[in-house]
Design a protein around this ligand. Structure first.
Ligand code: PRP
Ligand code: GLN
Ligand code: MG
Length: 514
């Protein structure tokens, strides 16, 4: 899950982009990039690392221009090396740079077609570079020296016919403006807003509304599924529905884990959605065990705090922050390797013994994916003296890979794949395990916007909303991206073997595309 942002302002936008990326850091910790446009010239800085490490003062000073885009990356295609950091750039037509959140399911075919039919070169194995080239090619087909809004929308239309999967994107066209679009199912989130300044109206597009809030923008609305918006350099806003078939089916895992609780997605407050998740799960607990003997509810920070609090309230049981989080360790689930994830859980969370000693503790987490977190925490709870350790997951059992921008490529790595709830319970070492029912999760996540007819729930059901994901695709995805494979790939990257040389400022010192 990456984070993207785009701004068309009335003065230099570099600092706004930087601040917005820090607000989206929870969506990607591997790489970050900013690209701005000044007098038709792009400047950029991108590299592996957190936002605070990638941009130094000297970079910020050189990232000039009244419009720009930014990206924080959590890889779901290709390596995690610097060559795949975003935004990506193509020089023709006009000069276009793009940042992408999501994952294409037909990147390999389209990449081949780009080479054979369009004679375009794709330099990396990033699906985002493929997407950018398709957009560029469709824009080139219009054959206009100066593109108008209608040309840009026609290009998005053409592109949508060629690509499949999940995508929310921002793109900057040198001298013309900012384009933002979302796939026809709206799988990945994208919102936009405006703020008034003395010099005129400024616009921001971002993955999550929290970036808008913090920078003083008023949320206007979500980019609709299949829609594109175009904001000219002068600040004129155009929008058009670019897809014939539109069916809002946003990723439900945003509500479970990815999004910040203070964001509003497709009209639904993520915070309220998580409160409802906790309430519904508590009702299920009360139904299954009306005479439960839970003494205390302890959330596993951070993501389960909101649901955990609501759950404890409905149960009428004490809610205690019995696990203290080291605030300097990032999210473990989006780390690239299992060894790193495992080590981080222990460094990240430490129990307060008195909340566990002699008590029947119910640990609550938003989800159990590979089981890395819960296995270790349950053990910690026992070592801290808990009498019984129960475990509640605010999401149903995660059993299937994700193909739309969450790096869960391998069913075998999911602890619940091919296991019953009881078997998972034994595997994680809990005395009792209870999962949310999918219907309850859906109801909790859509309250507030009845227009959401369904969600992409593929990680729970194995049904993929784009309809094109088959056994063969999943087999290839697993083979290319399982943890074993990725560790080999990253080794190559670090050691310079098989490394793709990034067409970007390699030493991290210079800003510019030259
Ligand atoms: O079963 P697993 O494979 O361990 O994955 C699930 C865990 O990973 C996430 O936490 P993470 O540390 O990434 O982020 P958080 O601090 O936002 O909870 C999620 O909130 C669960 O705790
Ligand atoms: N998580 C994402 O949105 C990833 C975007 C893109 N597929 C990449 O790997 O860079
Ligand atoms: Mg967590």
């Amino acid at each position: 899950m990456c984070g993207i942002v785009g701004v068309v302002g009335k003065s230099d936008v570099n600092l706004q982009l930087y601040d917005a990326l820090t607000m989206l850091q929870h969506r990607g910790q591997d790489a970050a990039g900013i690209l701005t446009c000044h007098n038709g010239r792009f400047s950029q800085q991108k590299a592996n690392g957190l936002v605070r490490d990638v941009f130094r003062t000297r970079h910020m000073q050189r990232l000039v221009g009244h419009s720009g885009i930014g990206h924080v990356r959590y890889p779901t295609a290709g390596s995690s090396g610097p060559a795949l950091a975003q935004p990506f750039y193509v020089n023709s037509p006009y000069g276009i740079a793009l940042a992408h959140n999501g994952n294409l399911t037909n990147a390999a075919e389209v990449s081949d077609e780009l080479y054979r039919t369009d004679m375009r070169h794709v330099n990396t194995d990033s699906d985002s570079e493929v997407l950018l080239n398709v957009f560029a090619q469709e824009l080139l087909k219009r054959n206009k020296l100066q593109p108008m809004a209608e040309d840009i929308f026609a290009a998005v239309e053409g592109m949508q016919k060629r690509i499949r999967g999940g995508y929310a994107c921002v793109a900057l066209i040198a001298n013309y403006g900012l384009v933002a679009f979302r796939d026809p199912h709206g799988i990945r989130p994208l919102v936009f807003g405006k703020r008034e300044t003395k010099k005129g109206t400024e616009y921001m597009v971002a993955s999550e509304s929290v970036a808008l809030d913090v920078l003083g923008y008023t949320l206007m609305r979500d980019v609709k599924p299949g829609e594109a918006i175009f904001i000219t350099g002068e600040g004129e806003l155009h929008s058009k529905q670019c897809s014939d078939v539109v069916e809002l089916a946003p990723c439900i895992f945003e509500h479970v884990y990815f999004a910040r609780p203070d964001s509003i997605m497709d009209g639904v407050s993520v915070y309220k959605s998580r409160l409802r998740q906790g309430e519904r799960l508590a009702e299920k607990i009360l139904k299954e065990r009306p005479d439960h003997d839970i003494d205390v509810v302890v959330p596993i920070p951070d993501s389960s705090r909101v649901a955990g609090q609501a759950l404890a309230h409905v149960l009428g049981v004490k809610f205690r922050e019995g696990l203290v989080k080291n605030r300097y360790i990032g999210r473990t689930f989006i780390m690239p390797g299992q060894k790193e994830r495992r080590k981080s859980v222990r460094q990240k969370l430490n129990p307060i013994r008195l909340e566990f000693e002699g008590k029947n503790v119910m640990l609550v987490d938003d989800s159990i994916v590979r089981g890395t977190t819960c296995q270790q925490i349950i053990q910690m709870a026992r070592e801290a003296g808990a009498a019984k350790v129960y475990f509640a997951s605010a999401a149903p059992a995660v059993k299937y890979p994700n193909v739309y921008g969450i790096d869960m490529p391998s069913a075998k790595e999911l602890i619940a794949h091919g296991r019953t709830d009881q078997e998972v319970c034994e595997e994680i070492g809990a005395d009792w395990l209870i999962y949310q029912d999918l219907d309850d999760l859906i109801a909790a996540s859509r309250e507030g916007n009845e227009n959401i007819k369904g969600f992409d729930c593929s990680v729970f059901t194995g049904e993929y909303v784009t309809g094109d994901v088959n056994e063969e695709y999943l087999y290839q995805l697993d083979a290319a991206r399982n943890d074993n494979q990725k560790s080999k790939g990253d080794k190559h990257n670090d050691e310079g073997e098989n490394t793709v040389i990034g067409l970007h400022n390699g030493d991290g010192d210079d800003v510019g595309l030259g």
